[in-house]
Design a protein around this ligand. Structure first.
Ligand SMILES: NC(=O)c1ccc[n+]([C@@H]2O[C@H](COP(=O)([O-])OP(=O)(O)OC[C@H]3O[C@@H](n4cnc5c(N)ncnc54)[C@H](O)[C@@H]3O)[C@@H](O)[C@H]2O)c1
Length: 247
């Protein structure tokens, strides 16, 4: 049995992770921890295989230092890691001989959508991204929309998308969305939405739509469980779920 601690267990993601782990037969939920617990002290006294962390960006580094320096592997969904942070984590995994998987997005369907968009970008010259989220979301466009456009641009670096459009007159400012290298990005914010994204490619006589809908936090759990099982085989830092999906 793989012995797992969930840090941030009282949070929205943490509660879901606890439920997902207890529904398996190969993972053992050793302890649920949250802000009132001392993770470092617990890990000093108890041998744990993997700590899953969904807490707060402010404590991302103190938490991962405590995990790795006590010889446990880390599966981290907490956001906010900078390139400098990742360099430090890379040193910590090497120093301690353990694995770490940090993923800004654990939803496998969303990762696959980005991968497919990257493949299609080579073959289509027009593309629009429409992302839909609940109206409490602070930022627009979503990080996933930006990442999707970046991957499409990376796949076709010499291409400027949407050159052949006839939309020279914009009677209402912003109605054609934002753009990255010509790729139009539209952000819809409505109560009742969760996290949805369409990437639409067009060519003469055909269009291709890639759509992903996350309708609950359960969508992240297959990715989290995969990472828990995978991280034990690693002695390095993996940043991004796509690197363990074999794509
Ligand atoms: N990678 C992904 O796929 C993904 C998906 C959703 C959310 N997130 C990220 O995960 C994090 C948590 O999201 P959430 O929606 O569950 O938030 P949340 O606010 O519902 O839960 C966070 C929990 O962490 C606890 N916490 C705060 N500081 C702590 C500390 N020092 N030690 C232990 N516990 C502590 C809080 O008490 C709370 O229970 C955020 O950074 C969010 O952006 C990532």
């Amino acid at each position: 049995m793989i012995k797992v601690v969930v840090n941030g267990a009282l949070g929205k993601m943490g509660r879901q992770v606890v439920e997902a782990i207890t529904s398996t037969t190969d993972l053992y939920l050793d302890k649920e921890m949250d802000a009132h617990n001392d993770l470092n002290a617990y890990l000093k006294d108890n041998k744990v295989d993997v700590v899953v962390d969904f807490t707060h960006p402010e404590v991302r580094m103190s938490t991962i230092r405590a995990i790795l320096n006590n010889g446990a592997c880390a599966v981290v969904g907490t956001t906010g890691f900078t390139p400098e942070d990742l360099m430090e984590v890379d040193e910590l995994v090497k120093k301690n001989g353990v694995g770490a998987i940090i993923a800004p997005n654990f939803a496998i369907g969303s990762i696959l959508q980005m991968h497919f968009a990257k493949l299609a970008a080579k073959y289509f010259d027009t593309a629009e991204i429409i992302e839909y989220h609940h109206n409490q979301k602070a930022d627009s466009p979503s990080g996933t929309a930006i990442k999707t456009a970046e991957l499409m641009i990376e796949a076709a670096p010499d291409k400027k998308f949407n050159q052949e459009l006839g939309d020279k007159v914009e009677n209402l400012a912003g109605c054609r969305g934002g753009q990255m290298n010509g790729i139009r990005i539209h952000s819809v914010r409505l109560p009742g939405m969760i996290a949805h994204q369409e990437v639409i490619f067009g060519e003469k006589g055909q269009y291709l739509t890639l759509r992903h809908d996350a309708i609950s936090r359960e969508s992240y759990m297959p990715g989290v469980l995969l990472a828990i099982r995978e991280v034990l085989k690693r002695k390095d830092l993996v940043y991004g779920l796509e690197h363990i999906l074999g794509i």
